[in-house]
Design a protein around this ligand. Sequence first.
Ligand code: SF4
Length: 231
Amino acid sequence: MTTISTIESDPARLAGAGGVPLPPSEPDRNCPLCPRLASFREVTRAREPEWFNSPVPAFGDPDGRLLIVGLAPGMQGANRTGRPFTGDYAGDLLYATLLEYGFAKGVYQARPDDGLTLVDCRIGNAVHCVPPQNKPLPAEINTCRPFLSATIKTMPRLRAIVALGRIAHETTLKALGLRSAAAPFAHGAMHQAGALRLYDSYHCSRYNTNTRVLTPDMFRNVFAKVRADLG
Ligand code: SF4
């Protein structure tokens, strides 16, 4: 059953509060703000010089009404190819689902030059750099959040956000300056914040699908609801 909650904004928590201007929506390719991730980036660049190995920018339409927020680039996926969710298992399920519900067009071939385009939709991540073991630290999530806030602010028609997993859900709420107590993460939940709706889904990782925490049908149901609501 879909859980629906209404959440109120908290302007004091908006990223950039206190008069500090928001940064550009995409970090520099050598962003030094998270020392652990910057060091890890250098190690990976030395080991795999042909890979992207930089903060992965959002992909898709800034005028889109839908933003999907993942956790962080996968080592063999976005960190390798430079496009969110491209090249690993999570992308297979995500892009197949986006194509099914009309949020993408073309053929997904797990390459950034496969010609796939997003329709009314954009994809970003809570953390822009690949973390060791796919586990960003809380301080790294906080440090990267202003870039997510800036991504959101560059989407003037935004009406829906799908958060993939609890971390994406919680950092998105903070990026929006929303109080989280009334909006706990739950797969299939929808949280109404003014004109914006935040939808929760378990992350479409191989681990979650292998363990049946998330089935393809469960994932499709989230996007079916978004499609029905956006029209
Ligand atoms: S995760 Fe974000 S803030 Fe941290 S180094 Fe990468 S781009 Fe910079």
